[in-house]
Design a protein around this ligand. Structure first.
Ligand SMILES: Nc1ncnc2c1ncn2[C@@H]1O[C@H](COP(=O)(O)OP(=O)(O)OP(=O)(O)O)[C@@H](O)[C@H]1O
Ligand SMILES: [Mg+2]
Length: 214
């Protein structure tokens, strides 16, 4: 069995009330996992925990071979910059910059070149000189996905990456994400409300009653 890219054990977290209790989750290279569940069940919170942005009340996370809660701030920063790809529910492009500049910032930080094939596959290569404010919501979403893939992450966490896309464009984005993880032996953890997108993953988990069920 390959070394997991992410191994989470006994993760528990509460805000005003317990959100989840003793969750275990593992993902290996080339694998994709969907996490589904009702609005408010804690999917985004769990993704924030998996991706280093939040610390749970209890539990242990080994991400890319690192015991997260024994790393320094600098080491976590470096993991985020070079190895972890995060596509959040609300994408954060710099408004005054062109699409190309937005992607360029990320690649500069991670020391990678801009990959034209990714832009072509996402059908945004012709939009590179447009300012963020001149792009449609779905185009902005695809630019933010290109930005993440361009830094060549070893694991991708995506929260509703196809949320405001039509079915055809959503399929295209899923094609690009699944091709990427197969080609680079990365992994994808996808939070979605879209059953078709969930069905395209190797595993589907449901977050309900404070537990993550297969
Ligand atoms: N920082 C916070 N402080 C307090 N409560 C929070 C915080 N973040 C999230 N919550 C609460 O935790 C619950 C789970 O939120 P979360 O965003 O993880 O849900 P979700 O499953 O992603 O929902 P959706 O499908 O609507 O995106 C919600 O009731 C939310 O109000
Ligand atoms: Mg959410």
């Amino acid at each position: 069995m390959a070394q997991p890219l992410l191994e989470a054990t006994n993760i528990s977290h509460s805000f005003d009330y317990p959100l989840f209790t003793q969750i275990d989750f593992t993902i290996e290279p080339t694998q994709s996992a969907a996490i589904v569940g009702r609005s408010g069940s804690g999917k985004s919170t769990l993704l924030h925990i998996f991706s280093t942005f939040m610390k749970p009340n209890e539990g242990k996370i080994t991400l890319l071979g690192n015991d997260l809660y024994s790393l320094s701030g600098e080491e976590i920063e470096s993991l985020r910059r070079y190895d972890v790809g995060i596509i959040f529910q609300f994408h954060h492009l710099f408004k005054g910059m062109s699409a190309l500049e937005n992607i360029g910032v990320a690649t500069m930080l991670s020391g990678e070149q801009i990959d034209d094939t990714i832009l072509k596959k996402l059908e945004i290569d012709h939009l590179m000189s447009h300012k963020t404010s001149e792009l449609s919501g779905g185009e902005q979403q695809r630019v933010s996905i290109a930005r993440v893939l361009n830094k060549k992450p070893r694991i991708i966490f995506a929260d509703e990456p196809t949320g405001n896309l039509d079915k055809e464009t959503a399929e295209l984005v899923m094609d690009v994400l699944t091709d990427y993880i197969k080609e680079t032996s990365a992994a994808l953890v996808l939070v979605t409300h879209d059953e078709n997108m969930a069905a395209r993953c190797d595993e589907i988990y449901t977050l309900e009653d404070q537990a993550l069920k297969k």
